[in-house]
Design a protein around this ligand. Structure first.
Ligand SMILES: C[S@@+](CC[C@H](N)C(=O)[O-])C[C@H]1O[C@@H](n2cnc3c(N)ncnc32)[C@H](O)[C@@H]1O
Length: 510
Protein backbone atom coordinates (compact mmCIF):
# COMPACT_ATOMS: atom_id res chain seq x y z
CA UNK A 1 0.00 0.00 0.00
CA UNK A 2 2.72 2.46 1.04
CA UNK A 3 4.66 1.58 -2.05
CA UNK A 4 1.69 2.11 -4.35
CA UNK A 5 0.86 5.45 -2.69
CA UNK A 6 4.43 6.54 -3.26
CA UNK A 7 4.21 5.35 -6.85
CA UNK A 8 0.99 7.31 -7.39
CA UNK A 9 2.13 10.65 -6.02
CA UNK A 10 5.32 10.54 -8.07
CA UNK A 11 3.46 9.33 -11.19
CA UNK A 12 6.01 6.59 -11.24
CA UNK A 13 5.86 4.36 -14.33
CA UNK A 14 9.41 3.42 -15.25
CA UNK A 15 9.95 3.10 -18.99
CA UNK A 16 11.08 -0.33 -20.22
CA UNK A 17 14.48 -0.20 -21.98
CA UNK A 18 13.00 -1.49 -25.22
CA UNK A 19 10.58 1.44 -25.44
CA UNK A 20 13.25 4.03 -24.59
CA UNK A 21 15.43 2.57 -27.36
CA UNK A 22 12.57 2.70 -29.88
CA UNK A 23 12.06 6.36 -28.96
CA UNK A 24 15.69 7.35 -29.53
CA UNK A 25 15.64 5.42 -32.83
CA UNK A 26 12.62 7.43 -33.99
CA UNK A 27 14.51 10.62 -33.12
CA UNK A 28 17.56 9.44 -35.10
CA UNK A 29 15.79 8.02 -38.13
CA UNK A 30 12.69 10.21 -38.55
CA UNK A 31 13.86 13.45 -37.00
CA UNK A 32 17.57 13.17 -37.77
CA UNK A 33 18.61 15.13 -34.72
CA UNK A 34 22.10 15.11 -33.20
CA UNK A 35 21.90 16.97 -29.89
CA UNK A 36 24.88 18.45 -28.12
CA UNK A 37 23.21 18.19 -24.74
CA UNK A 38 20.45 15.82 -23.60
CA UNK A 39 18.41 16.56 -20.47
CA UNK A 40 16.27 13.89 -18.77
CA UNK A 41 14.55 15.94 -16.00
CA UNK A 42 12.96 12.94 -14.21
CA UNK A 43 15.20 10.08 -15.30
CA UNK A 44 14.17 7.46 -12.71
CA UNK A 45 16.08 4.21 -13.12
CA UNK A 46 17.65 5.56 -16.30
CA UNK A 47 16.04 3.82 -19.29
CA UNK A 48 16.36 6.97 -21.41
CA UNK A 49 19.91 7.65 -20.17
CA UNK A 50 20.98 4.22 -21.45
CA UNK A 51 19.12 4.60 -24.74
CA UNK A 52 20.61 8.07 -25.34
CA UNK A 53 24.13 6.82 -24.58
CA UNK A 54 23.76 4.27 -27.37
CA UNK A 55 21.92 6.44 -29.92
CA UNK A 56 23.66 9.79 -29.38
CA UNK A 57 27.23 8.88 -28.34
CA UNK A 58 28.51 12.43 -28.85
CA UNK A 59 26.04 14.09 -26.51
CA UNK A 60 26.55 15.33 -22.98
CA UNK A 61 23.76 13.89 -20.83
CA UNK A 62 22.18 15.39 -17.70
CA UNK A 63 19.83 13.17 -15.71
CA UNK A 64 17.84 14.28 -12.64
CA UNK A 65 15.28 12.65 -10.40
CA UNK A 66 13.76 13.20 -6.98
CA UNK A 67 14.26 9.56 -6.03
CA UNK A 68 17.76 8.81 -4.67
CA UNK A 69 17.40 5.03 -4.94
CA UNK A 70 16.45 5.24 -8.59
CA UNK A 71 19.46 7.42 -9.29
CA UNK A 72 21.73 4.87 -7.64
CA UNK A 73 20.23 2.16 -9.85
CA UNK A 74 20.66 4.35 -12.90
CA UNK A 75 24.31 5.07 -12.01
CA UNK A 76 25.04 1.40 -11.48
CA UNK A 77 23.42 0.44 -14.78
CA UNK A 78 25.78 2.66 -16.80
CA UNK A 79 28.91 2.22 -14.69
CA UNK A 80 30.51 -0.16 -17.23
CA UNK A 81 29.43 1.80 -20.29
CA UNK A 82 32.47 3.18 -22.17
CA UNK A 83 30.78 6.60 -22.44
CA UNK A 84 29.49 6.82 -18.87
CA UNK A 85 31.70 9.89 -18.35
CA UNK A 86 29.31 11.80 -20.67
CA UNK A 87 26.60 11.44 -18.04
CA UNK A 88 25.87 13.51 -14.91
CA UNK A 89 23.16 12.13 -12.64
CA UNK A 90 21.89 14.24 -9.73
CA UNK A 91 19.16 14.10 -7.12
CA UNK A 92 16.82 17.04 -7.51
CA UNK A 93 13.23 18.17 -7.35
CA UNK A 94 12.04 19.45 -10.71
CA UNK A 95 9.90 22.11 -9.05
CA UNK A 96 12.65 23.51 -6.85
CA UNK A 97 15.76 23.38 -9.00
CA UNK A 98 17.12 26.55 -10.60
CA UNK A 99 16.65 25.61 -14.24
CA UNK A 100 17.83 28.99 -15.50
CA UNK A 101 21.22 28.42 -13.87
CA UNK A 102 21.55 24.97 -15.46
CA UNK A 103 20.42 26.14 -18.88
CA UNK A 104 22.79 29.12 -18.85
CA UNK A 105 25.71 26.65 -18.86
CA UNK A 106 24.40 24.93 -21.99
CA UNK A 107 24.94 25.99 -25.57
CA UNK A 108 24.04 24.22 -28.79
CA UNK A 109 21.15 21.96 -29.75
CA UNK A 110 19.28 20.48 -26.77
CA UNK A 111 17.20 17.30 -26.56
CA UNK A 112 14.83 17.13 -23.59
CA UNK A 113 13.76 13.53 -23.31
CA UNK A 114 11.87 11.35 -20.85
CA UNK A 115 8.65 10.25 -19.33
CA UNK A 116 7.42 12.87 -16.84
CA UNK A 117 5.27 11.75 -13.88
CA UNK A 118 1.81 10.42 -14.78
CA UNK A 119 -0.29 12.13 -12.14
CA UNK A 120 -2.86 14.91 -11.97
CA UNK A 121 -3.01 17.74 -9.44
CA UNK A 122 -6.32 16.39 -8.10
CA UNK A 123 -4.73 12.94 -7.54
CA UNK A 124 -2.01 14.75 -5.62
CA UNK A 125 -4.45 16.70 -3.51
CA UNK A 126 -6.26 13.44 -2.63
CA UNK A 127 -2.90 11.99 -1.63
CA UNK A 128 -2.10 15.23 0.21
CA UNK A 129 1.17 15.26 -1.70
CA UNK A 130 3.43 18.27 -2.02
CA UNK A 131 4.92 17.06 -5.28
CA UNK A 132 3.57 20.06 -7.13
CA UNK A 133 4.82 23.11 -8.98
CA UNK A 134 5.32 26.31 -6.94
CA UNK A 135 2.19 27.66 -5.25
CA UNK A 136 2.41 31.01 -6.97
CA UNK A 137 1.32 29.76 -10.32
CA UNK A 138 0.04 26.25 -9.88
CA UNK A 139 -1.95 25.43 -6.78
CA UNK A 140 -3.84 28.62 -7.18
CA UNK A 141 -6.91 27.66 -9.20
CA UNK A 142 -6.94 30.85 -11.23
CA UNK A 143 -3.32 30.35 -12.10
CA UNK A 144 -4.00 26.78 -13.14
CA UNK A 145 -6.88 27.76 -15.34
CA UNK A 146 -4.71 30.44 -16.89
CA UNK A 147 -2.01 27.93 -17.71
CA UNK A 148 -4.01 24.89 -18.67
CA UNK A 149 -7.51 26.13 -19.35
CA UNK A 150 -8.89 23.82 -16.66
CA UNK A 151 -8.78 23.22 -12.92
CA UNK A 152 -7.58 19.63 -13.21
CA UNK A 153 -4.39 19.02 -15.12
CA UNK A 154 -1.57 16.56 -15.46
CA UNK A 155 1.73 17.46 -13.81
CA UNK A 156 3.41 16.34 -17.03
CA UNK A 157 1.45 19.05 -18.87
CA UNK A 158 3.05 21.70 -16.72
CA UNK A 159 6.50 20.13 -17.11
CA UNK A 160 6.16 19.97 -20.88
CA UNK A 161 5.19 23.62 -21.00
CA UNK A 162 8.32 24.38 -18.99
CA UNK A 163 10.48 22.43 -21.47
CA UNK A 164 8.94 24.46 -24.28
CA UNK A 165 9.86 27.70 -22.46
CA UNK A 166 13.48 26.49 -22.32
CA UNK A 167 13.48 26.16 -26.11
CA UNK A 168 11.75 29.47 -26.73
CA UNK A 169 15.12 31.05 -27.47
CA UNK A 170 17.22 27.96 -28.14
CA UNK A 171 17.30 25.26 -30.81
CA UNK A 172 16.23 21.81 -29.79
CA UNK A 173 13.70 19.02 -29.56
CA UNK A 174 11.48 17.72 -26.78
CA UNK A 175 10.57 14.03 -26.89
CA UNK A 176 8.41 12.75 -24.07
CA UNK A 177 6.04 9.91 -23.35
CA UNK A 178 2.75 11.27 -22.07
CA UNK A 179 -1.00 10.93 -22.30
CA UNK A 180 -2.33 11.64 -25.78
CA UNK A 181 -4.69 14.21 -24.24
CA UNK A 182 -1.76 15.98 -22.54
CA UNK A 183 0.13 16.20 -25.85
CA UNK A 184 -2.88 17.83 -27.48
CA UNK A 185 -3.43 20.32 -24.67
CA UNK A 186 0.24 21.30 -24.75
CA UNK A 187 0.10 21.69 -28.52
CA UNK A 188 -2.89 23.99 -28.26
CA UNK A 189 -1.20 26.20 -25.67
CA UNK A 190 2.14 26.28 -27.43
CA UNK A 191 0.51 27.26 -30.73
CA UNK A 192 -1.35 30.04 -28.94
CA UNK A 193 1.75 31.37 -27.29
CA UNK A 194 4.50 30.70 -29.84
CA UNK A 195 2.62 30.56 -33.17
CA UNK A 196 4.57 28.44 -35.63
CA UNK A 197 7.91 28.38 -33.77
CA UNK A 198 7.52 24.67 -32.96
CA UNK A 199 6.61 21.63 -35.04
CA UNK A 200 4.63 18.73 -33.51
CA UNK A 201 4.68 14.99 -34.10
CA UNK A 202 2.73 12.41 -32.14
CA UNK A 203 3.45 8.67 -32.22
CA UNK A 204 0.76 6.64 -30.49
CA UNK A 205 2.02 3.94 -28.12
CA UNK A 206 0.40 0.95 -26.47
CA UNK A 207 0.39 1.99 -22.78
CA UNK A 208 -1.20 -1.31 -21.77
CA UNK A 209 1.71 -3.24 -23.24
CA UNK A 210 4.51 -1.07 -21.85
CA UNK A 211 3.02 0.30 -18.60
CA UNK A 212 -0.03 -1.88 -17.86
CA UNK A 213 -1.96 1.40 -17.90
CA UNK A 214 -5.37 1.83 -19.54
CA UNK A 215 -4.79 5.21 -21.11
CA UNK A 216 -4.18 6.50 -24.61
CA UNK A 217 -0.52 7.46 -24.59
CA UNK A 218 2.01 8.70 -27.07
CA UNK A 219 5.49 9.92 -27.79
CA UNK A 220 5.13 13.65 -28.26
CA UNK A 221 7.90 15.33 -30.25
CA UNK A 222 7.99 19.13 -30.13
CA UNK A 223 10.82 20.72 -32.06
CA UNK A 224 12.27 23.99 -33.27
CA UNK A 225 13.10 22.05 -36.48
CA UNK A 226 10.58 22.40 -39.36
CA UNK A 227 8.87 25.32 -37.55
CA UNK A 228 6.36 26.22 -40.27
CA UNK A 229 4.75 22.79 -40.23
CA UNK A 230 1.48 24.02 -38.72
CA UNK A 231 -0.39 20.74 -38.29
CA UNK A 232 0.65 17.97 -35.93
CA UNK A 233 1.48 14.71 -37.70
CA UNK A 234 0.03 11.68 -35.94
CA UNK A 235 1.47 8.20 -36.50
CA UNK A 236 -0.26 4.96 -35.51
CA UNK A 237 2.85 3.69 -33.68
CA UNK A 238 6.59 4.26 -33.31
CA UNK A 239 7.35 2.13 -36.38
CA UNK A 240 4.87 3.84 -38.74
CA UNK A 241 6.34 5.91 -41.50
CA UNK A 242 2.94 6.93 -42.89
CA UNK A 243 1.11 9.84 -41.26
CA UNK A 244 -2.35 8.64 -40.09
CA UNK A 245 -3.87 12.07 -39.77
CA UNK A 246 -3.01 15.70 -39.14
CA UNK A 247 -4.30 17.51 -36.05
CA UNK A 248 -4.65 21.23 -36.49
CA UNK A 249 -6.60 24.35 -35.81
CA UNK A 250 -9.38 25.28 -38.20
CA UNK A 251 -12.16 27.82 -37.73
CA UNK A 252 -11.03 28.33 -34.12
CA UNK A 253 -11.42 24.61 -33.34
CA UNK A 254 -8.89 21.86 -32.74
CA UNK A 255 -9.57 19.31 -35.46
CA UNK A 256 -8.44 15.69 -35.21
CA UNK A 257 -8.22 15.03 -38.94
CA UNK A 258 -7.74 18.29 -40.83
CA UNK A 259 -7.71 16.65 -44.27
CA UNK A 260 -11.13 15.06 -43.77
CA UNK A 261 -12.42 18.21 -42.13
CA UNK A 262 -11.45 20.33 -45.10
CA UNK A 263 -13.20 17.91 -47.44
CA UNK A 264 -16.50 18.49 -45.60
CA UNK A 265 -15.94 21.97 -44.21
CA UNK A 266 -19.00 23.27 -46.11
CA UNK A 267 -21.14 21.24 -43.67
CA UNK A 268 -20.10 23.47 -40.78
CA UNK A 269 -22.99 25.58 -39.51
CA UNK A 270 -25.83 25.98 -37.05
CA UNK A 271 -29.14 24.19 -36.66
CA UNK A 272 -31.83 26.58 -35.58
CA UNK A 273 -34.68 24.06 -35.87
CA UNK A 274 -32.95 21.01 -34.45
CA UNK A 275 -31.25 21.52 -31.12
CA UNK A 276 -29.05 18.88 -29.54
CA UNK A 277 -29.89 18.17 -25.89
CA UNK A 278 -28.58 15.90 -23.23
CA UNK A 279 -30.82 13.64 -21.14
CA UNK A 280 -32.14 13.81 -17.61
CA UNK A 281 -29.86 14.54 -14.68
CA UNK A 282 -31.10 13.54 -11.24
CA UNK A 283 -28.03 12.23 -9.33
CA UNK A 284 -30.23 9.82 -7.44
CA UNK A 285 -30.38 6.66 -9.53
CA UNK A 286 -31.09 4.28 -6.63
CA UNK A 287 -34.39 6.05 -6.00
CA UNK A 288 -35.31 7.54 -9.37
CA UNK A 289 -34.62 4.53 -11.59
CA UNK A 290 -36.84 1.50 -11.15
CA UNK A 291 -37.34 -1.89 -12.74
CA UNK A 292 -40.87 -2.93 -13.52
CA UNK A 293 -41.83 -6.22 -11.84
CA UNK A 294 -45.34 -6.27 -13.23
CA UNK A 295 -48.10 -3.74 -13.90
CA UNK A 296 -47.65 -0.97 -11.32
CA UNK A 297 -45.18 -2.82 -9.12
CA UNK A 298 -41.62 -1.50 -9.35
CA UNK A 299 -38.28 -2.20 -7.66
CA UNK A 300 -35.73 0.54 -7.06
CA UNK A 301 -31.94 0.34 -6.82
CA UNK A 302 -32.24 -0.32 -3.06
CA UNK A 303 -34.12 -3.56 -3.91
CA UNK A 304 -37.32 -2.10 -2.39
CA UNK A 305 -40.65 -2.82 -4.05
CA UNK A 306 -43.29 -0.12 -4.46
CA UNK A 307 -46.64 0.21 -6.15
CA UNK A 308 -46.53 3.50 -8.06
CA UNK A 309 -48.86 5.39 -10.38
CA UNK A 310 -47.66 5.56 -14.00
CA UNK A 311 -48.18 9.36 -14.22
CA UNK A 312 -44.56 10.25 -13.47
CA UNK A 313 -42.86 7.09 -14.71
CA UNK A 314 -41.28 6.99 -18.14
CA UNK A 315 -39.27 4.34 -19.99
CA UNK A 316 -35.55 5.02 -19.59
CA UNK A 317 -32.73 4.21 -22.00
CA UNK A 318 -29.24 4.67 -20.63
CA UNK A 319 -25.96 5.36 -22.42
CA UNK A 320 -25.15 1.66 -22.45
CA UNK A 321 -28.47 0.84 -24.16
CA UNK A 322 -27.95 3.55 -26.76
CA UNK A 323 -24.31 2.52 -27.28
CA UNK A 324 -25.42 -1.04 -27.97
CA UNK A 325 -28.37 0.06 -30.07
CA UNK A 326 -30.74 -1.72 -27.65
CA UNK A 327 -33.74 0.58 -28.14
CA UNK A 328 -36.52 -1.97 -28.74
CA UNK A 329 -37.21 -2.38 -25.05
CA UNK A 330 -36.25 -0.69 -21.81
CA UNK A 331 -34.68 -2.26 -18.74
CA UNK A 332 -35.75 0.58 -16.46
CA UNK A 333 -38.24 3.35 -15.83
CA UNK A 334 -37.38 6.77 -14.47
CA UNK A 335 -39.40 9.10 -12.27
CA UNK A 336 -39.77 12.39 -14.11
CA UNK A 337 -40.85 14.75 -11.37
CA UNK A 338 -41.00 17.92 -13.49
CA UNK A 339 -41.98 18.97 -17.01
CA UNK A 340 -39.52 21.85 -17.01
CA UNK A 341 -36.57 22.95 -14.88
CA UNK A 342 -37.68 24.60 -11.64
CA UNK A 343 -41.34 23.50 -11.90
CA UNK A 344 -43.17 23.14 -8.60
CA UNK A 345 -43.20 19.48 -7.58
CA UNK A 346 -45.78 19.68 -4.79
CA UNK A 347 -48.54 19.00 -7.34
CA UNK A 348 -47.38 15.34 -7.38
CA UNK A 349 -49.03 14.85 -3.98
CA UNK A 350 -52.50 15.28 -5.54
CA UNK A 351 -51.90 13.70 -8.92
CA UNK A 352 -50.01 10.63 -7.72
CA UNK A 353 -50.16 10.21 -3.91
CA UNK A 354 -48.25 6.91 -3.88
CA UNK A 355 -45.42 8.45 -5.89
CA UNK A 356 -45.35 11.44 -3.53
CA UNK A 357 -45.20 9.11 -0.52
CA UNK A 358 -42.36 7.19 -2.18
CA UNK A 359 -40.42 10.44 -2.73
CA UNK A 360 -41.03 11.55 0.86
CA UNK A 361 -39.76 8.24 2.21
CA UNK A 362 -36.51 8.73 0.27
CA UNK A 363 -36.08 12.40 1.08
CA UNK A 364 -32.65 11.80 2.62
CA UNK A 365 -31.26 10.49 -0.66
CA UNK A 366 -32.30 13.69 -2.41
CA UNK A 367 -30.93 15.89 0.38
CA UNK A 368 -27.56 14.19 -0.01
CA UNK A 369 -27.19 15.13 -3.65
CA UNK A 370 -23.87 16.98 -3.74
CA UNK A 371 -24.27 19.19 -6.78
CA UNK A 372 -25.17 22.79 -6.01
CA UNK A 373 -27.60 22.85 -8.93
CA UNK A 374 -30.21 21.27 -6.60
CA UNK A 375 -29.81 23.96 -3.92
CA UNK A 376 -32.85 26.22 -3.44
CA UNK A 377 -34.82 24.25 -6.02
CA UNK A 378 -38.19 22.50 -5.47
CA UNK A 379 -37.89 19.13 -3.70
CA UNK A 380 -36.99 16.18 -5.95
CA UNK A 381 -35.90 18.50 -8.77
CA UNK A 382 -34.31 17.16 -11.91
CA UNK A 383 -32.33 18.81 -14.72
CA UNK A 384 -32.12 18.32 -18.46
CA UNK A 385 -35.89 18.44 -18.81
CA UNK A 386 -38.18 20.45 -21.06
CA UNK A 387 -40.93 20.07 -23.64
CA UNK A 388 -38.33 18.47 -25.93
CA UNK A 389 -38.00 15.54 -23.48
CA UNK A 390 -41.63 14.58 -24.01
CA UNK A 391 -41.56 14.48 -27.81
CA UNK A 392 -42.35 10.98 -29.00
CA UNK A 393 -39.43 10.34 -31.37
CA UNK A 394 -35.73 10.87 -30.73
CA UNK A 395 -32.38 10.38 -32.38
CA UNK A 396 -29.86 9.55 -29.69
CA UNK A 397 -26.13 9.01 -29.44
CA UNK A 398 -24.15 8.03 -26.37
CA UNK A 399 -21.51 10.60 -25.43
CA UNK A 400 -19.41 7.89 -23.82
CA UNK A 401 -19.12 5.36 -26.60
CA UNK A 402 -16.17 5.31 -28.95
CA UNK A 403 -18.16 5.16 -32.15
CA UNK A 404 -20.57 7.35 -34.08
CA UNK A 405 -23.68 5.27 -33.62
CA UNK A 406 -26.96 7.18 -33.89
CA UNK A 407 -30.11 5.37 -32.74
CA UNK A 408 -33.69 6.04 -33.64
CA UNK A 409 -35.70 5.92 -30.41
CA UNK A 410 -39.42 5.24 -30.67
CA UNK A 411 -41.98 5.51 -27.85
CA UNK A 412 -42.12 2.47 -25.56
CA UNK A 413 -45.08 1.29 -23.50
CA UNK A 414 -47.04 4.12 -25.13
CA UNK A 415 -44.81 6.83 -23.62
CA UNK A 416 -41.89 9.01 -24.72
CA UNK A 417 -38.55 7.50 -23.81
CA UNK A 418 -36.26 9.42 -21.45
CA UNK A 419 -32.49 9.31 -21.81
CA UNK A 420 -29.75 9.74 -19.24
CA UNK A 421 -27.48 12.77 -19.03
CA UNK A 422 -24.60 11.11 -20.90
CA UNK A 423 -26.79 10.71 -23.98
CA UNK A 424 -27.13 13.47 -26.58
CA UNK A 425 -30.33 13.62 -28.63
CA UNK A 426 -32.66 15.45 -31.00
CA UNK A 427 -36.41 15.06 -30.57
CA UNK A 428 -39.32 15.07 -33.02
CA UNK A 429 -43.11 14.93 -33.07
CA UNK A 430 -43.37 12.43 -35.89
CA UNK A 431 -41.68 9.24 -36.97
CA UNK A 432 -41.35 10.50 -40.53
CA UNK A 433 -39.41 13.61 -39.58
CA UNK A 434 -37.16 11.63 -37.21
CA UNK A 435 -36.42 9.13 -39.95
CA UNK A 436 -35.58 11.88 -42.42
CA UNK A 437 -33.10 13.56 -40.06
CA UNK A 438 -31.71 10.13 -39.11
CA UNK A 439 -30.92 9.58 -42.75
CA UNK A 440 -29.05 12.88 -42.94
CA UNK A 441 -27.08 12.19 -39.77
CA UNK A 442 -26.02 8.71 -40.77
CA UNK A 443 -24.94 9.72 -44.30
CA UNK A 444 -21.25 9.42 -45.19
CA UNK A 445 -20.68 13.21 -45.45
CA UNK A 446 -22.18 13.83 -41.99
CA UNK A 447 -20.36 10.92 -40.36
CA UNK A 448 -16.99 11.81 -41.92
CA UNK A 449 -17.34 15.46 -40.96
CA UNK A 450 -18.21 14.61 -37.35
CA UNK A 451 -15.50 11.95 -37.13
CA UNK A 452 -12.87 14.46 -38.32
CA UNK A 453 -13.52 16.53 -35.17
CA UNK A 454 -13.74 13.80 -32.55
CA UNK A 455 -10.83 12.81 -30.32
CA UNK A 456 -11.80 9.25 -29.52
CA UNK A 457 -9.59 8.97 -26.45
CA UNK A 458 -11.62 11.60 -24.56
CA UNK A 459 -13.79 10.31 -21.70
CA UNK A 460 -16.86 11.71 -23.44
CA UNK A 461 -15.70 11.93 -27.03
CA UNK A 462 -19.06 12.84 -28.59
CA UNK A 463 -20.16 16.17 -27.19
CA UNK A 464 -23.07 18.44 -28.01
CA UNK A 465 -20.53 21.07 -28.89
CA UNK A 466 -19.26 18.85 -31.73
CA UNK A 467 -22.69 17.59 -32.85
CA UNK A 468 -24.10 21.07 -33.21
CA UNK A 469 -21.34 22.09 -35.61
CA UNK A 470 -22.93 19.94 -38.28
CA UNK A 471 -25.47 21.88 -40.31
CA UNK A 472 -28.29 19.47 -41.13
CA UNK A 473 -29.42 21.86 -43.83
CA UNK A 474 -25.99 21.69 -45.47
CA UNK A 475 -26.11 17.88 -45.31
CA UNK A 476 -29.57 17.89 -46.90
CA UNK A 477 -28.19 20.11 -49.66
CA UNK A 478 -25.19 17.84 -50.14
CA UNK A 479 -27.51 14.84 -50.52
CA UNK A 480 -30.03 16.64 -52.73
CA UNK A 481 -32.80 16.60 -50.11
CA UNK A 482 -33.03 20.31 -49.47
CA UNK A 483 -36.71 20.60 -50.36
CA UNK A 484 -37.65 17.84 -47.96
CA UNK A 485 -35.55 19.54 -45.33
CA UNK A 486 -37.47 22.79 -45.81
CA UNK A 487 -40.72 20.86 -45.73
CA UNK A 488 -39.92 19.64 -42.24
CA UNK A 489 -38.40 22.83 -40.92
CA UNK A 490 -40.93 25.28 -42.34
CA UNK A 491 -44.67 24.93 -42.38
CA UNK A 492 -45.05 25.01 -46.16
CA UNK A 493 -47.18 22.85 -48.42
CA UNK A 494 -45.21 20.02 -49.86
CA UNK A 495 -44.79 20.64 -53.59
CA UNK A 496 -45.65 17.88 -56.07
CA UNK A 497 -42.09 17.27 -57.20
CA UNK A 498 -41.15 16.81 -53.57
CA UNK A 499 -43.67 14.03 -53.19
CA UNK A 500 -41.47 12.12 -55.66
CA UNK A 501 -38.40 12.87 -53.58
CA UNK A 502 -40.19 11.53 -50.51
CA UNK A 503 -40.95 8.33 -52.39
CA UNK A 504 -37.28 8.00 -53.33
CA UNK A 505 -36.36 8.60 -49.71
CA UNK A 506 -38.78 5.93 -48.57
CA UNK A 507 -37.18 3.49 -51.01
CA UNK A 508 -33.71 4.38 -49.79
CA UNK A 509 -34.78 3.75 -46.20
CA UNK A 510 -35.97 0.27 -47.06
C1 LIG B 1 6.91 8.10 -15.16
S1 LIG B 1 8.35 7.91 -14.17
C2 LIG B 1 9.54 7.89 -15.44
C3 LIG B 1 10.94 7.68 -15.05
C4 LIG B 1 11.92 7.73 -16.20
N1 LIG B 1 11.86 9.04 -16.84
C5 LIG B 1 11.63 6.66 -17.20
O1 LIG B 1 11.28 7.01 -18.32
O2 LIG B 1 11.73 5.49 -16.88
C6 LIG B 1 8.44 9.48 -13.42
C7 LIG B 1 9.66 9.77 -12.64
O3 LIG B 1 9.53 11.11 -12.17
C8 LIG B 1 10.16 11.19 -10.92
N2 LIG B 1 9.65 12.39 -10.25
C9 LIG B 1 8.44 12.56 -9.70
N3 LIG B 1 8.33 13.80 -9.16
C10 LIG B 1 9.51 14.43 -9.42
C11 LIG B 1 10.02 15.72 -9.12
N4 LIG B 1 9.29 16.60 -8.46
N5 LIG B 1 11.27 16.03 -9.53
C12 LIG B 1 12.02 15.12 -10.20
N6 LIG B 1 11.61 13.88 -10.49
C13 LIG B 1 10.36 13.52 -10.11
C14 LIG B 1 9.82 9.87 -10.25
O4 LIG B 1 10.75 9.56 -9.22
C15 LIG B 1 9.90 8.90 -11.44
O5 LIG B 1 11.18 8.31 -11.53
Amino acid sequence: MVKSLHKRQFGDFQTPDILATEVTQVLQVNHKISPEVVIEPSCGKGAFIRAVLDSFPDSRIIGLDINKKYLEEAKLSISNHPLSHHVTLDESDFFKINWEAILSTISGYILVIGNPPWVTNSDLSILDSQNLPPKSNFQNQRGIAAITGSGNFDISEWMLLQYVEWLSKRMGTIAVLCKYSVARKVMYQVKNKFGSRFSFHIYLIDAKLYFQASVEACLCVISTDYPDNCDCKVYQNLKSREVSYLIGERDGLIIRDTKKYEEWRHLLGHNFQYIWRSGIKHDCSKVMELERIHDNLFMNGLQEKYCLEMDYLYPLLKSSDIGKGATENCRKFVLVTQKSVGEDTSIIENVAPKTWQYLLEHDEYFKHRKSIIYKNKPAYSIFGIGSYSFKKWKIAISGLYKQLKFCLVKPLHGKSVMLDDTVNFLSFDTEEEAKFIFQLLTSTPAMEFLDSMIFWDEKRPITIDILKRLSLQAVAKELGFLKTYFYWTKTVQIPVDLQKQKVTLAKLKN
